[in-house]
Design a protein around this ligand. Structure first.
Ligand code: FES
Length: 326
């Protein structure tokens, strides 16, 4: 469930899990319990660049909660240093220290865990983070679960200590270098209509799973994924249309090649955003009339069909006009 309240939290500890991944534990500044959350939830860190006070001086970054979901004393996140990122992960790795205070909003959950009888988790790299509390819940509920945890090299796999309490037969670790690439077709051939596949990881992995899900429709397994980067359709900005700002009646033409978000910003209409890739949910905007062309990775099939909200950083319009709740 969305929770947009800002909370001040303190970095209680930071631990380097490997050369690229740092784990942070966060506690409320006043020591009070933190809001409860469910597996799949993430929080939004508001990182100040120190360059002025307007919203461009704040980087909003989203990280999956990966600790014990029964614990409200602290939150835990793990941050991968993105080599070609936009500065958020570099800031956390290089500047954020124990004792620093950060504003946080959330938790929000766009990757809810609703398991069937059997679950296959497929985690790629840092994509293990939202999966960890899902495994905790699956184990607690006696669900028949398996995990395939993929990485370039086995030495880059993190959080292996969390698996010690589980039956090792449920867990398969796969380093491309040591074990070769995981054969996804073979892996998914073990799934049936009682199996839900939950996956988080790099784009090629998730694209491959979505393709196989389409190809193996008759097998009946279902797929739920969380993306950290834009899917292909989010990059396509073809077609032009108009947006009407409901509160003022102002009409803005959205040209081909430019997003609603960028065009409105150019007109002085600011909408809070973060990823600009349709994966975080920050720019969610109400739709009062017209038909959005959803290109995000956040809304569920049902939410898309309702057409009540859209992510204006990537989504476009199927109608000539959209009236936005702005
Ligand atoms: S800014 Fe992240 S979904 Fe639009």
């Amino acid at each position: 469930m969305a929770n947009n309240k800002n909370i001040a939290v303190k970095v209680a500890s930071r631990t380097q899990l490997n050369e690229d991944i740092v784990r942070l534990t966060l506690v409320a500044l006043d020591g009070s319990p933190l809001p409860a959350w469910e597996p799949g939830a993430h929080i939004e860190l508001q990182l100040s660049t120190g360059n002025g006070t307007d919203e461009d001086a704040i980087m909003l970054r989203h990280y999956s909660l990966c600790g014990d979901y029964n614990c409200t004393d602290n939150w835990e996140v793990a941050v991968l240093r993105e080599q070609s990122g936009r500065g958020g992960s570099a800031y956390i790795h290089e500047k954020l220290k124990e004792g620093d205070v950060v504003k946080v909003s959330g938790p929000r959950n766009h990757f809810p865990f609703k398991p069937g009888k059997k679950v296959l988790f497929i985690a790629g790299g840092i994509g293990i983070t939202p999966i960890l509390p899902m495994i905790q819940q699956a184990e607690a509920e006696g669900i028949d679960w398996r995990l395939v945890y993929l990485s370039r090299e086995r030495s880059r796999l993190v959080y292996l200590d969390r698996f010690e309490e589980y039956d090792s037969k449920r867990i398969r670790l796969n380093g491309d270098v040591e074990d070769g690439f995981c054969d996804l077709v073979e892996l998914l051939s073990t799934c049936d209509s009682e199996t839900t596949v939950y996956s988080c990881g790099p784009k090629p992995l998730l694209d491959a799973l979505e393709n196989l899900h389409r190809e193996q429709k008759e097998a009946g397994w279902s797929l739920t994924i969380e993306r950290f980067t834009a899917k292909e359709s989010a990059l396509d900005q073809s077609g032009s249309f108009d947006v009407v700002i409901n509160s003022t009646g102002k009409r803005v033409h959205i040209p081909e090649g430019q997003s609603i978000l960028e065009t409105l910003r150019d007109q002085g209409i600011r909408i809070t955003c973060s990823c600009r890739d349709g994966v975080c949910g920050t720019c969610e905007t109400g739709v009062l009339a017209g038909l959005p062309d959803h290109r995000d990775s956040v809304l569920s099939e049902e939410e898309r069909a309702d057409n009540d909200y859209m992510m204006v950083c990537v989504s476009r319009a199927l109608s000539e006009e959209l009236v936005l709740d702005l």
